[in-house]
Design a binder for this molecule. Structure first.
Ligand code: ATP
Ligand code: MG
Length: 875
């Protein structure tokens, strides 16, 4: 059975059992402080489990894109080294939200695996939670009894908390689980050692394929467990592992999910897969990582230097490094696999097909720049090797290995490999120590202690009423304190709220909450999954009172201007630059709007002007807002609404339209009732922020007005300075031309003067027989002129000793020049002379035997310089 059919069969099976199919949520998580990437199918249903949100369907089935490279679930180091952990993988799941529980979940899982997929019952093992004293939990007898009805008891294994109690993170929904494992070893081996001895023993051929989690608890921050409002089922089956089991392969990579990639890589590298273990690891790392990288970029996360972006960058670098070290790639190669990603996954995940060119461009730039870094790192390593060998040492110190890791992205194994090749060893302990120091430093910086929510009222979900109201009466449902290094944060959830929570680029509202007893300030509003969390300056004294929630309306209105202007800008960009324009990020607040979009070249001045003209003409048309709430997503798409990749949309969406022929977008933000409110639109800058992504910053309404007023004021001021000429530009041009003329004139005057001076000086030369001595006081415009004239005189006068005491625009300076012939014949040195004479002007200097200069402080000393020189050289 082909992989595609296997996936389809799973969904069909559960649809027949009344499950509703929901698409995968994006791999990059927004609005969740505890999670960067989706690491399990359940993430998108977290609020339904916690009771923050009514589940839309009691039964759901899906295939979720997951990434396990950070946080509680981090498999990165295993990937490629083994054959069944991936960075990005698909998790097939069926779900019950307060509907069926263990009995059905267990029976259906077994039916699907053995009867539909036809897996051999004798190869399957199941596990059951054995209980845990520290959590005061007893064995999962219920699950055990259901299993006993379908599998012989010797195939049921009791598992510890580590394996059989599933938790999403440090806190959150959790519960006991039953895993299904498969033994894929050949018969002879199975006869020798029974499979149940190898379950959960990291055996390559005895692996877990499916985990049935029975969600019952919420883990609180103090470590205690609280019962969830209802009991749920959350199952997760690794799709790649299932495919391998059904296709009867000894590695996930031998299935049709990966084989096209391995083949392409064999062709590109000229190396064979399956010959050498180290090369094989490199093959697996690369074909695994290209999926993770492509899918996350498709969901809007670009490689960068922090947070999620940095995780992606590290995955990409790991792939490049393996390709470079073991497959001999010295130029970019990963980006060429993007076509295959599109071909193989584009049907189920259209985002990788539609953005193929963009993804491959981003990867190309990123790997090119990392290859350059690698090169520099290797050069640095050469230096280090040379230093070590000059000192006769043979160990690369830990700090050096860490520098290579930190600055050049060299992981320890690469440095140690190169060290071995050069017969050096490496101080791994020292490296670990440096690593620990860095970790402690960054941990300390970000440490936060989340307090648990204190509930005041039943949690029935939060209603946002801020599209229609800026003020409302409301109640606090719950509150908590978050302790951080920089002081405490106070957070409040209201039953209904006019405060807009930061999302879709639009900043969160600020304002106040007021009761008869309290008045507190709302400093920011953010989403946490589907909760709307108000960040306040303190928890009210009497939190159970009724509060008046008041949004700071002017700030919100200015923000609305900018948000609507962003929509108009996006459509104008499409008109001017083309349909490839995709939003890559945005920021909308009361000051500016920032819009990032995919485009490969700098916009010309004309293009920018055209865009401004279109937006401003749409503002003048005063187009009315058409806001549709709760539109079925398919219907919205039919209307031509622009959706964003990597954004999580529900089945019902909000559609914001300003002229159905111009701007139709899926958007949860707040907008002006008609475009005329925006008043005016002005682009301030356009530039590149990373490969293929450009950023426009613009302003609207009063800000834009002020901008033009400031410009006008500046022009006026310049006009006044120039005594109000009729034509300002001509006047300035005239000034510049005049200035250039004057400059030329001054230069020629200086030259004339210098020529006159020279003639005068030549007449003062004293012939002493063995040498010609010139001692004089002069006035010159600059030090250069003094040097020039000293040299010219030296060239023109034979056997010369020239001493000039100069007044350079009020500053004393001395130049001494001596002919080579004089130097050769006498014990004379310009440097010494100048140092000696400089005393008269309270200065110092020096130079070479044939030419030296000195500056000083005392201008009145110049006559004395002349006198002394004459005493020494003319007497
Ligand atoms: P393992 O012990 O093998 O790492 P797990 O206990 O971490 O698995 P779960 O968190 O229960 O796995 O996830 C559910 C299913 O997802 C697993 O049964 C497995 O089939 C699959 N799975 C988990 N991690 C990975 C991974 N890194 N790559 C591919 N599939 C995975
Ligand atoms: Mg795991």
């Amino acid at each position: 059975m082909e992989a595609k059919k296997i996936r389809r069969t799973f969904i069909d099976f559960f649809e027949k059992k009344k499950h509703h199919y929901v698409p995968s949520s994006p791999i990059v998580v927004k609005n969740d402080p505890t999670l960067m990437f989706t690491n399990a199918g359940m993430n998108q249903f977290k609020d339904a489990f916690l009771g923050n949100e009514e589940p839309k369907f009691p039964r759901v089935a899906n295939s979720q894109k997951c990434l396990r490279v950070s946080g509680k679930h981090n498999d990165l180091e295993e990937v490629g080294v083994d054959t069944y952990h991936h960075t990005m993988f698909e998790m097939l799941g069926n779900w019950s939200f307060g509907d069926y529980f263990k009995k059905e979940a267990i029976a259906w899982a077994w039916e699907l695996l053995t009867e539909v997929y036809g897996l051999d019952k004798d190869r399957l093992y199941v596990s059951v939670f054995e209980g845990d004293e520290s959590d005061n939990l007893s064995m999962d007898k219920e699950a055990f009894d259901f299993w006993k009805e379908i599998v012989p008891e010797e195939r049921i294994i009791m598992g510890s908390k580590k394996d059989n109690f599933w938790e999403m993170g440090e806190t959150g929904p959790c519960g006991p689980c039953s895993e299904i494992h498969i033994d894929l070893r050949p018969d002879e081996e199975r006869e020798q050692v029974p499979g149940n001895e190898l379950v959960n023993m990291d055996h390559e051929q005895v692996i877990e394929i499916w985990n049935l989690v029975f969600m019952q608890f919420n883990r609180l921050s103090d470590g205690s467990l609280k019962n969830l409002p209802a009991r749920h089922v959350d199952t997760g089956m690794g799709f790649e592992r299932l495919v391998r089991a059904i296709q009867n392969k000894s590695s996930n990579y031998d299935t049709d999910l990966f084989s096209p990639f391995l083949k392409a890589l064999e062709e590109k590298s000229g190396k064979k897969y399956g010959v050498d273990e180290q090369t094989d690891i490199a093959f697996r790392v690369i074909v695994d990582h290209i999926r993770a990288i492509s899918f996350t970029i498709a969901d809007g996360q670009l490689p960068s230097n922090n947070k999620a972006g940095y995780v992606i960058r590290r995955i990409l670098r790991r792939a490049v490094r393996y390709g470079y070290t073991f497959l001999g790639f010295t130029s970019p190669f990963l980006y060429e696999l993007c076509d295959l990603i599109s071909e193989n996954f584009g049907d189920i995940f259209p985002e990788v097909r539609l953005q193929k060119d963009f993804i491959s461009k981003v990867i190309f730039e990123e790997e090119s720049s990392f290859l350059r870094t690698l090169d520099n790192g290797l050069k640095r390593l050469d230096q280090i090797k040379a230093e070590l060998s000059s000192k006769g040492e043979k160990v690369i110190p830990g700090e050096v290995a860490f520098e290579l890791y930190d600055t050049f992205g060299f992981p320890l194994d690469l440095t140690s490999l190169i060290a071995r090749e050069s017969r050096l060893s490496l101080d791994e302990k020292g490296f670990e120590k440096e690593m620990e120091i860095q970790k402690t430093r960054s941990r300390a910086a970000s440490e936060q202690e989340m307090g648990d929510w204190v509930s005041l009222r039943p949690d029935t979900g939060v209603e946002f009423i801020g599209y229609d109201f800026l003020e409302a009466k409301c109640h606090i449902i719950k509150y908590r304190t978050v302790k951080g290094k920089k002081g405490n944060q106070f957070q409040i959830v209201l039953d209904k709220t006019p405060f807009y929570a930061e999302s879709g680029g639009q900043v969160g509202d600020t304002g106040i909450l007021k009761s008869d007893y309290d008045q507190i300030r709302v400093l920011d509003t953010k989403k946490e999954n589907d909760l709307i969390v108000h960040f306040v300056d303190k928890i009210p004294e009497k939190p159970e009172e009724t509060f008046e929630a008041i949004v700071e309306s002017n700030r919100r209105k200015l923000t609305m201007n900018n948000h609507t202007a962003t929509h108009l800008l996006q459509s104008a960009l499409r008109e001017v630059l083309g349909d490839h324009i995709q939003q890559r990020g945005s920021l909308v607040n009361d000051q500016v709007l920032r819009f990032d979009f995919s485009h490969f070249s700098k916009m010309t001045d004309e293009e920018i002007q055209q865009v401004e003209e279109i937006v401003n003409s749409k503002i003048r048309e005063n187009i009315e807002l058409v806001e549709q709430r709760n539109v079925p997503i398919e219907e919205a798409k039919k209307q031509g609404a622009t959706a964003l990749f990597g954004e999580k949309y529900g089945d019902f969406v909000r559609v914001i339209t300003f002229d159905p022929k111009f701007s139709v977008e899926l958007c949860g933000g707040t907008h002006v009732p008609s475009t005329g409110r925006i008043g005016l639109f002005k682009i301030l800058s356009e530039g590149s922020i990373s490969s293929g992504v450009r950023r426009i910053e613009a302003i609207t309404s009063e800000k834009a007005e002020n901008y033009f007023r400031d410009k006008e004021k500046l022009v006026k001021e310049i006009q006044e300075v120039l005594k109000n000429p009729k034509d300002l530009k001509k006047a300035v041009e005239g000034l510049i031309a005049e200035r250039n003329e004057l400059k030329k004139e001054i230069e020629s005057l200086h030259q004339e003067k210098a020529a006159g001076l020279k003639t005068e000086l030549l007449s003062k030369v004293k012939d002493l027989g063995n040498k010609n001595v010139l001692i004089a006081k002069v006035a010159l415009p600059g030090a250069d002129a003094l040097k020039k004239i000293a040299f010219e005189l030296k060239n023109e006068i034979e056997n010369s000793l020239i001493i000039l005491a100069a007044d350079i625009a009020g500053k004393p300076q001395i130049s001494v020049a001596v002919s080579d012939s004089v130097l050769a014949a006498e014990d004379i040195n310009a440097g010494q002379i100048v140092r000696d004479l400089a005393k008269e002007i309270q200065g110092g200097g020096g130079g070479q035997p044939f030419f030296a200069t000195a500056g000083g402080k005392n201008i009145n000393g110049l006559d004395q310089v002349v006198r002394r020189a004459e005493e020494i050289f003319l007497k």
